[in-house]
Structure formats: C-alpha cells, structure tokens
Design a protein around this ligand. Sequence first.
Ligand code: NAP
Length: 332
Amino acid sequence: MHFASIITKTLAFTSAGRSGPRYLALMPSSWENALTLIDLSEWSREGISLAVLGHPIQHSISPAMHNAALAKLATLDARFARWSYFKFDVPPDELPRALTLFREKQFRGLNLTVPHKVIAFSHIAETDPAAEPVGAVNTLSLTPNGWRGYNTDGYGLSTAIKETLNRELTDTPVILLGAGGAARGAAVECLQRKCSSLWIANRTQLNLDALLIDLPPVAGATPLHGFDPQNPPAGLPPDAIVINATSAGLRDTDALPIDLARLPKPSGVYDMIYNPPETKLLAQARSLGLPAANGLSMLIHQGARALEIWTGAPVPVDAMREAATTALKTRA
Ligand code: NAP
C-alpha cells in the first residue's frame, strides 16, 4: 500500500491564491497500514511525523497507541494536532538509507523494532549514555547533528514490573530467560537497578555465553550466573522475579521456556510476550498461585517514554493503554 494512494489530498488556498495540492489531512487507515520507502520518497505531509520501522511491521499496534496519545495531547495543546505516527516496513539492508531519508523528510522521531535495534546502533550520530551498555536503540530523536539514539525498553520493563507485580528490581533476585536482544536490554536494566543477583537461562549455550561475556562491566559486584533452563541449578534464589525474554510462547506449539515448578517459589513472573495475552508460562504461574503479568505494560511504558522524549510533554499513558488494549482485541 503506497502512501500516495491512501493519503487525502486537499486543495489549500492562501491569501495569495491557490497554492496547489497540499497533504493536509490523513485518513486513519494511512497509519493503520504499513508504508514503504517508496511512500517515504514521495512524502510531503505537513505537520510533525513520527514512525515505527520494522520488518515485518504490519502487526504493530504502536501507531494506534501513539496516535491515541497524540489526540489526547492535542486536546490540551493545539500544537499536537499536527503530529501523527506511522509504520514503515523497512528491510534490514535498507535501514541505513532509510535513516538518511527519514532525516531528510524531517521526521521528528522513530521507533525501531525487530530486526533494527542493533543495526541502527552503528548508524546514528549520538547515543544516550544509558543505551551504550545495551548496544541497541529502540528510539531515535532528530537533532541538528542527526539521529540521537535511546533505549526505552529497560525503563518500560522496570516500570511495568512495578505497575503489574508491585515489585522493584532493586535488591531483588532476578531469573531472566533468554539471551537475545530483549534479554540483553533486560539484563542491563536489572543490573543498573542493582538487582541482588542475576541468573540467566537460555536454550542455546553459545548465545548465553556471548551475553555473559559482555555483562561483567555493568554487573560490578552483583552476582551473575548462567544456566541451562532444562537443568535449573540447586542454588537458585527463592522470591526471584522471573522474566521471560524469549520468543517461546508466541506460538501455541511452543514448549515452556522453563518449568516454574522446578524453581524455588518466585515472587512474580513477567512475560514480555503480550500476544497471545496468556502464554503457557503465565498459565503455569497462575496455576501455581504466582503473581504474573504479560508484556503489554512494557510495550506501553517504553512507548510512553519515547513519546516523552519527542514531545517534551507529560504523556497520557492511560490513553496509550486503552488504545493498545483495543487494538489487540481487534486483532484477536
Ligand atoms: P531474539 O533476539 O530473536 O531472541 C530470541 C530469544 O528467544 C533467544 O534467547 C532464543 O534462544 C529464545 N527462543 C526462541 N525460541 C525459543 C524456544 N522455542 N524455546 C526456548 N527459547 C527460545 O528476540 P528478542 O528481540 O530478544 O525478543 C524476545 C521476545 O521478547 C519476543 O517475544 C518479543 O516479542 C518480546 N519483546 C517484547 C517487548 C515488549 O515491549 N513487551 C519488547 C521487546 C521484545 P536461542 O538463543 O536458543 O535461539
């Protein structure tokens, strides 16, 4: 679907007379559909544009969430009536060219999702110091020098765990499942927030080792261990927060990423997956009577932090939550 084909063209008149076709209004469908770099090359929208880039991206509910927040902000401050958030399908080998083009088209901010968070890290002008140890960025903000990269996933995770499980990462043992991009961000967040110990389990030992090699400078004196999720070691701590940062659970056929019954009783289970809303891991947590929550709250809070970076305004988180929940139900 090309932007040019879905945009509403409105003839605009100035006191000097007709100024030609100008893109003034957008059909809601223009942000519900994934756009491409062809659409971007033809981009002439007035107002402030934001976007999420991914591959694939059609499933993303970020536009619903951000446009709801922007609509709410616009009722408080007319400046935001001209802001809109879109989604673009950008293959990974096109990302460097896309970042240049989005800058030329003066997009105010970008979110990055799979597979762009790590690739973008080496194609931006500046990096927020908090994102450095993660080696990945999910939020870019346009500056006169180019893109400045942030990672708001860690903030999203810790805020979500506090909100849904009423638990702080600080002074709490954490059992983290996974060693991919999301796990890396989660590990850094747990260590920076001074969890009391961090135990990381991953299916593939090689990937676990690669993560464990990078973490000691962030860990400092915090105990850090790796283990095989099929063979949980005897020394695991009780009352830990278990965080699932694996993709196991996205499909009905996926096995549990870990058997919670083989762990000392955790104090809570947070699964970063939000679609399906209840994974096998969350179902097991509930059957064991453990506080448990899915990743929707993380998605909302990482998005709220990104919007705060771009707008400098207090973000209506409730509007984002409502829109995200509705968008997910529509898709179910
Ligand atoms: P990734 O870089 O591809 O890493 C995938 C991880 O999942 C690896 O550790 C992989 O283990 C493990 N894994 C995959 N399939 C598995 C299976 N069947 N059984 C056990 N382990 C399996 O992906 P990512 O970017 O880290 O994302 C991981 C998950 O977090 C995804 O579900 C994503 O949707 C979610 N996420 C949610 C949010 C949010 O805002 N809620 C934000 C970011 C990510 P191996 O090393 O053995 O392959």
